[in-house]
Design a protein around this ligand. Structure first.
Ligand code: AMP
Length: 132
């Protein structure tokens, strides 16, 4: 009885853990498929499933930081690394000459849907400014 109760409690905790994972954490963990085009110890880049431009990549830190307000001093290097890798990822996709846009939707009014900090890399057409 006690064993079963404790198993149930453990299952509930595991469920809660699974439920609390964002879709991006599940992509990092290879629990759901994604077209990953670059990864290293700190970041992962993959194609956006609903592209808003001919090329639409998401670059994310492996660490599940929900938004910029949750960044701590220890994340300094990872975020610097992420930005510095963007041109390499762009070059890998042949985007250097024509350029690209990097966007962070941070919070509700910006339209952030996934609470895992991510940089959109958009390219392949003339992008309007200001954005909508
Ligand atoms: P945001 O609105 O800034 O939070 O952007 C979230 C982005 O994640 C959107 O552009 C979605 O199309 C993209 N997205 C959601 N689920 C997936 C997925 N499974 N694979 C790739 N991109 C995704």
């Amino acid at each position: 009885m006690e064993v079963s109760a404790s198993n149930e409690a453990m299952a509930a905790r595991q469920d809660k853990f699974t439920m609390s994972k964002t879709i991006f954490e599940r992509i990092i963990a290879r629990e759901i498929p994604a077209n990953i085009i670059y990864e290293d110890a700190h970041i992962v880049a993959f194609m956006d499933v609903k592209p808003m431009a001919p090329t639409h990549v998401l670059i994310i830190p492996r660490k599940p930081i929900a938004r910029l307000e949750d960044v701590t001093p220890e994340d300094h290097a990872v975020l610097g690394h992420l930005l510095m890798k963007a041109p390499d990822i762009a070059a890998q996709l042949g985007l250097t000459e024509n350029g690209y846009r990097l966007v962070i939707n941070n919070g509700q009014d910006a339209g952030q849907e996934v609470p895992h900090l991510h940089v959109h890399l958009l390219a392949g057409r003339k992008l309007a400014w200001p954005p909508g």
